[in-house]
Design a protein around this ligand. Structure first.
Ligand code: NAD
Length: 519
């Protein structure tokens, strides 16, 4: 790319270069159209998960800086919301082009901060890009409704209008896709946006902000603050913020949903998961095993739609040895190394947690068919690597089953029938995603109909909907009532104004006051 040929930790918009008093380059804030250095005294280290080297630091923004950011959003709102919808559309048309031209640069930054493989990093950007492309259809998406002649000479029409300042809080696992679920949808509707990226992977959001500025977004329409709990509380409490989009863990998501809602804000909160793949004995074996292994171990299992639990039904139980062979063949390596399939986990704490959940499975009686603990990655001995791991004979009471593992661990349960498998899935509190593998249409229909999960794949292991639909996780995986992107995303970021007008001809003028309720 000619545009960002030198993305790295000295890239001037992202990070100021290392100075003598600070050992590591620091991530900037994006306030009122400027990339500014924080005046805070509190910093969080950013690590390369493949080496655990500190590669930069991110500030916990001060109250004054957070106030400046939200004030900038508030000031920009009036003119942005009044900007013609065609102008907003043009900015996002330019934006999608800039993202497309720079996918590789963005992916490099994702691999550096997050650890996933370069190819997977490109996928992360691509799925976000699709949301931006969809947002470019705003001229159709935001249309209101009309109904003429609701009574004599009277017509009603509705407008969809923006809310004001909206805010987004994002997780570490999709540094591009999830921010891109948020601010482009919010902004194209005419809102201004305050983003707080994950403090573990802030670089990608900064680069995305720079590209948006270059695409023509006016100063103040997007502001970025960094931090942890204080920044989150600030967003939940500040009265100018009308809506919060959150994606991350249940612990944070339930809290933000409650605190934001109590303060009268709209909140949509996408949270954790335990996704089951039900394998019927009539499935296409080769396809199913490959899909299962890819969806369980891709991104080192750090996807909210990872297929982390397999239920082998009936004769499909006998497929276990072949599943094992495929999992063993995956190559664990740093994300920027050629041929890497499974990269590192985000932190040493995440690695320790995943390893202890594997051990808990063993202690509670599961069979450890493949143990990815103590995997050695040459040249990356300090990275947070866990290799593909398979626990079989798992039961729903075990801790490894009741908790979201968020690592490269596939749990295998068994069932005698489809009904038994549906019962297991529906008893699990999460409702993010699930898949059934079968060649029987009636079996697929019964499963999709009876399973209480918001996103269902039929021979599709990771059924993340494209942006003309919405991301519809349910039950314990979601709080709120309108989902991310698609029509639901437009509904979340807009409110409706309904106008009823009467234009009477001269001779139809009322002769006296009408005191009864109009019917
Ligand atoms: P996380 O909840 O730790 O962090 C998400 C954001 O919340 C970050 O910006 C962080 O600064 C903030 N945060 C963290 N702890 C907080 C707390 N106690 N109070 C207030 N704010 C807090 O999540 P993560 O580890 O970055 O991401 C992984 C989780 O996200 C997994 O549970 C995964 O399933 C979930 N996820 C869900 C979806 C979805 O669409 N359902 C998508 C991606 C990730």
């Amino acid at each position: 790319s000619i545009y960002y040929s030198s993305v790295g930790y000295t890239y001037s918009y992202l990070h100021s270069s290392a100075s003598s008093e600070r050992r590591h380059p620091t991530t900037k804030l994006f306030i009122d159209g400027k990339f500014v250095e924080s005046k805070t005294s509190e910093w969080v280290d950013i690590h390369n998960p493949a080496t655990n080297e500190v590669i930069g630091r991110v500030p916990k923004a001060t109250q004054a800086e957070m106030l400046a950011a939200v004030d900038s959003c508030s000031r920009a709102y009036h003119s942005w919301s009044e900007t013609s919808i065609l102008t907003r559309q043009q900015i996002f048309l330019r934006y999608q082009q800039l993202i497309k031209e720079n996918i590789k640069e963005l992916a490099k930054l994702i691999t550096l901060e997050q650890g996933k493989t370069l190819a997977d990093g490109e996928g992360d950007v691509f799925r976000g890009l699709q949301v931006v492309e969809h947002a470019c259809g705003i001229t159709s998406l935001m249309l209101g409704e009309t109904l003429p002649s609701i009574t004599k000479d009277m017509d009603t029409h509705t407008y969809r209008l923006p809310l004001g300042v909206c805010a987004g809080i994002t997780p570490f696992n999709f540094p591009a896709m999830i921010p891109l679920w948020m601010f482009p949808m919010g902004m194209v509707c005419g809102n201004t946006y305050l983003l707080k990226p994950s403090e573990r992977v802030p670089g990608c959001a900064m680069l995305l902000a720079k590209m948006l500025q270059d695409a023509g977004a006016p100063d103040g329409t997007l502001n970025i603050i960094h931090g942890q709990h204080e920044a989150v509380n600030f967003i939940c409490d500040h009265p100018a913020i009308k809506a919060i989009s959150f994606v991350g863990s249940n612990q944070a998501g339930e809290y933000i949903y409650e605190r934001g809602s109590k303060n009268g804000k709209r909140v949509q909160s996408n949270m954790g998961a335990k996704n089951h793949g039900v394998v019927m004995p009539d499935a296409n074996k080769e396809n199913t095993l490959n899909q299962l292994v890819g969806a369980a171990f891709g991104a080192a299992g750090q996807r909210c739609m990872a297929l982390s639990t397999a239920i082998l039904v009936g004769e499909a139980r006998s497929w276990l040895p072949e599943l094992l062979e495929r999992a063993k063949a995956l190559r664990v390596n740093a994300g920027d190394q050629p041929g890497a399939d499974v990269g590192p986990l985000i932190t040493p704490q995440a690695k320790a947690r995943v390893e202890s959940l594997i051990q808990s499975g063993v202690d509670e009686g599961a069979t450890l068919l493949l143990d990815g603990r103590n995997v050695q990655v040459k040249g990356y001995e300090n990275g947070n690597f866990v290799g593909p791991t398979i626990l079989s004979k798992v039961t729903p009471q075990m801790k490894c089953y009741t908790e979201e593992i968020f690592g490269p661990v596939l749990l295998v349960l068994e069932a005698d029938s489809l009904d038994e498998a549906v019962g297991i899935v529906n008893k699990n509190p999460y409702g993010n995603g699930t898949a059934i593998f079968t060649t029987n249409g009636a079996t697929a229909r019964k499963y999709t109909h009876e399973v209480e999960v918001g996103q269902v794949g039929v021979n599709v292991p990771i059924p993340v909907p494209l942006p003309m639909f919405s991301f519809t996780g349910s039950r314990g995986s979601f709080r709120g009532d309108t989902n991310f992107y698609g029509k639901q995303g437009i509904y979340f970021y807009t409110q409706i104004k309904t106008v009823t007008s009467q234009w009477k001809a001269e001779d139809a003028t009322l002769k006296s006051p009408a005191v009864t309720m109009p019917t």
